[in-house]
Write a protein that binds this ligand. Structure first.
Ligand code: NOJ
Length: 599
C-alpha cells in the first residue's frame, strides 16, 4: 500500500510541477471574444480554485482532539496535490470558542488550541513555498465579549471604548426588537447591569456587534487587516460583512421587510461607504483577494458590492443556491424533498450568472462549515450513488463561470453524520434552538430529525484520513464524533482507488485550469424544463463545451443543442459513453463535459 501511495504522489507532483510552469497569464489581459460580446477581464482570483479548511476538524498534531496549525502544515502536500490554488482558513485567532472561533478575543494572536504564531508563520511559508495562497477569515461585524475592547466598553458609559459597541441605555425602556441568530431567546439585545444598558448581538450573547459608525473602531479594523497582509496573507473572506453598518436610532423593523431581519441587516445606511473606505485604506494597496459572506444580498444589490467600478469587494458568496431544497419554518431550516425542484435550481444559477454578465464576478459553492454535506444535500449519499453523485456535483462546481470553493472532505465525498442525540451536537446554534424549543414545549423529535439533515455539525466532523482509529484525525478524543463511515470513506482508500471521487476531483480541477473557456466562457442554460438533467454550454473564442449533469437516480435524457454535433468528451464520471446519435442518455448521476462542433 505504501508503494501505491508513493507512486500516486510522484505522479501528482509531476503534474503540479508542469502546471507551475504553465501558470495563467497576468491580470488585466482579456481572453478574447466571448461569443460576440467582450469576455470578462482576467484576474488571478477569477482563475483560482479555493479549498476551504475548517481547522478544528482538519488534522490534530498534538493529541488534544482539536485540529491545529501544525496538523494543517503536515498535510500541505495533500492540499497541493489536489491542484487547488488557494486555501480559505476559518478563524484561528484567539477565542473562547463560543462559536468555534467566530468570537475573537484577540485579532492578532493565535488560539492556543491551534498552536502559536510561529506555527502560523511556518504554515504560511509552507503554503507559499508550494505556490498556495492563503485567505483568512475577517470577523469584524462582532468580536468576543472577552475582547479587551468589550471588557472596557462595558465598564462605564464614559469609557473610551464605549462607542466601539452598540449600547441602548435601559432608562429609554426596552430596545426595539432585533432578531438574533444564535440567542436562546432569539433576542439580539442583552441587558448588562454594570452600566444598566443593553448591548446588541446579532449572533450569540458572547458575540457583541462592533459599532462601525465609530471611526476609531473602523481604523482599528483597517490596522489589523494590514497586520495580516504585512505577514503575507493573500486575502480575506469577510464574515457577514453586509451587516456592519446599522441605523443607530434602531427604528422598528420597516414593514417592507415582512419580518425578514437578515435582509434588513444587510442594508445598513453607510455600508457601501465603509466598504469603499476599507478598500481605499487597505485593500487596494495589496494584491489580495476578497470574498464577502453575502448574507442577505440579493441579485438586485449584487453589483453594489462587486461591480467593476465600485472599488469595494471583488466577490461574495450568495446563499440562494444552498437555501434551495429546504423549507424554512420559523427560524429553522428543514430539509424537504418535495421542494427538490431542479428547474428552479437551474434558474438560480442562471440568474446569478447573468448578474455578472458585464461587471463583477461570482463565486460558487455547495457546501461549507455552515451547511450540511454537499453529497447528502444535493446528491445521494447511499452507497450505490455516493461516488457518482459527488463527482457529478464537483463537475458542476468546476464548470461554472464563477470562482469555485470546495469544502474540505467533499473531495472524498464525505457525508452527513446525522446525529440523533442532542448530546452529540457541539454547535451552539443547534443547542440553543433546542433549549428554546424545549422551554416552549415544541416538537423536539421533529426538530432533531430536521437537524440530522441540516445541522452545521454535519460538515464539521473530522476529516477522514484513513481507516485507523478516529480516522487518523487524532490520537486523542476528537472534539466531535468521527463519522463511522470512515472505515470505507477516507483519504488513504481514495488515493488507492483510481476511480475514487478524489481522483475525479483532481482531474476536474486540472480540466478547469487547462480550459479558459470553463473560467471565462459565456454560460448558456439548455433544456430548462428537464426535471433531472442540468445541461448548459460554455463558449469562448469560437469554442463551445457542453456540460450535462444528471441529478436523478434514474436514467436521464437530453439532447445536443441544435446546430452542433458531438466532439470529444473531455471528462466523464462513468465508463459509459453518453452519446447515442444526437440524443444523450445519462446513467444515474452521470456527468460529463463534451466538446461541441458546429454542424
Ligand atoms: C458566519 C459564519 O460562517 C458562521 O460560522 C458564524 O457562526 C457566523 N457568521 C457568526 O460569525
Amino acid at each position: 500500500m505504501k508503494r501505491c501511495l508513493i507512486l500516486f504522489w510522484v505522479t501528482l507532483l509531476a503534474a503540479c510541477a508542469h502546471r507551475a510552469t504553465t501558470s495563467p497569464p497576468q491580470t488585466g489581459a482579456t481572453p478574447g471574444q466571448h461569443d460576440g460580446a467582450t469576455a470578462p477581464r482576467r484576474a488571478w482570483w477569477k482563475e483560482v480554485v479555493v479549498y476551504q479548511v475548517y481547522p478544528r476538524s482538519f488534522k490534530d498534531s498534538d493529541g488534544d482532539g482539536v485540529g491545529d496549525l501544525k496538523g494543517i502544515t503536515s498535510q500541505l502536500d495533500y492540499i497541493k496535490n489536489l491542484g487547488v490554488d488557494v486555501v480559505w482558513l476559518n478563524p484561528v485567532y484567539q477565542s473562547p470558542n463560543d462559536d468555534n472561533g467566530y468570537d475573537i478575543s484577540d485579532y492578532r494572536a493565535i488560539m492556543r488550541e491551534m498552536g502559536s504564531m510561529a506555527d502560523f508563520d511556518a504554515m504560511l511559508q509552507g503554503m507559499h513555498q508550494r505556490g498556495i495562497k492563503l485567505i483568512m477569515d475577517l470577523v469584524v461585524n462582532h468580536s468576543s465579549d472577552e475582547h479587551r475592547w468589550f471588557q472596557q466598553s462595558r465598564r462605564g458609559r464614559d469609557n473610551r471604548y464605549r462607542g466601539y459597541y452598540h449600547w441602548w441605555p435601559a432608562e429609554k425602556g426596552t430596545p426595539p426588537k432585533r432578531w438574533s441568530y444564535f440567542d436562546e431567546d432569539a433576542n439580539a439585545w442583552r441587558y448588562d447591569s454594570t452600566t444598566h444598558a443593553y448591548y446588541l448581538h446579532y449572533f450569540s450573547r458572547k458575540q457583541p456587534d462592533l459599532n462601525w459608525e465609530n471611526r476609531r473602531l473602523r481604523h482599528e479594523v483597517y490596522d489589523l487587516m494590514r497586520f495580516w497582509f504585512d505577514k503575507g496573507v493573500d486575502g480575506f473572506r469577510m464574515d457577514v460583512i453586509p451587516f456592519i453598518s446599522k441605523d443607530t436610532t434602531f427604528p422598528p423593523l420597516p414593514a417592507e421587510y415582512g419580518g425578514n431581519y437578515p435582509a434588513y441587516y444587510a442594508k445598513g445606511p453607510h455600508l457601501h461607504e465603509y466598504l469603499r473606505e476599507m478598500n481605499r485604506e487597505v485593500l487596494r494597496k495589496y494584491n489580495v483577494m476578497t470574498v464577502g459572506e453575502g448574507a442577505g444580498v440579493t441579485t438586485d444589490d449584487a453589483l453594489k458590492f462587486v461591480g467593476d467600478d465600485r472599488q469595494e469587494l471583488q466577490t461574495f458568496f450568495q446563499f440562494e443556491i444552498v437555501e434551495r431544497w429546504g423549507r424554512r419554518q420559523g427560524d429553522f431550516m428543514y430539509p424537504d424533498s418535495s421542494n427538490r425542484d431542479l428547474p428552479a435550481l437551474k434558474d438560480v444559477f442562471t440568474r446569478w450568472d447573468s448578474v455578472f454578465a458585464n461587471s463583477g464576478w461570482g463565486t460558487v459553492f455547495l457546501g461549507n462549515h455552515d451547511q450540511s454535506r454537499m453529497v447528502s444535500r444535493f446528491g445521494n449519499d447511499t452507497p450505490r450513488y455516493r461516488n457518482a453523485s459527488a463527482k457529478m456535483l464537483h463537475t458542476l462546481l468546476l464548470t461554472m463561470r464563477a470562482t469555485p470553493y470546495i469544502y474540505n472532505g467533499d473531495e472524498i465525498g464525505m457525508a452527513n453524520i446525522r446525529f440523533s442525540d442532542i448530546r452529540d451536537y457541539r454547535d451552539l446554534m443547534t443547542i440553543n434552538y433546542y433549549k428554546r424549543l424545549e422551554r416552549e414545549g415544541g416538537d423536539l423529535r421533529e426538530f432533531l430529525a430536521a437537524q440530522a439533515e441540516v445541522s452545521r455539525d454535519n460538515s464539521r466532523t473530522p476529516i477522514q484520513w484513513s481507516a485507523d482509529s478516529n480516522a487518523g484525525f487524532t490520537r486523542g478524543v476528537p472534539w466531535i464524533r468521527v463519522n463511522p463511515d470512515y472505515r470505507t470513506v477516507n483519504v488513504a482508500a481514495a488515493v488507492r482507488d483510481t476511480s475514487s471521487v478524489l481522483h475525479y476531483f483532481r482531474r476536474m480541477v486540472e480540466l478547469r485550469k487547462s480550459e479558459p473557456v470553463l473560467v471565462y466562457g459565456r454560460y448558456q442554460l439548455l433544456d430548462r424544463e428537464n426535471p433531472e438533467v442540468f445541461a448548459y454550454t460554455r463558449s469562448l473564442n469560437g469554442r463551445t463545451l457542453m456540460v450535462a449533469l444528471n441529478f436523478g437516480s434514474g436514467v436521464g435524457h437530453t439532447s445536443l443543442p441544435s446546430g452542433y454535433k458531438a466532439g470529444r468528451i473531455l471528462i466523464n464520471n462513468m465508463g459509459i459513453a453518453p452519446v447515442r446519435v444526437a440524443s444523450l442518455v445519462l446513467e444515474p448521476y452521470q456527468a460529463f463535459v463534451l466538446e461541441l462542433k458546429k454542424e
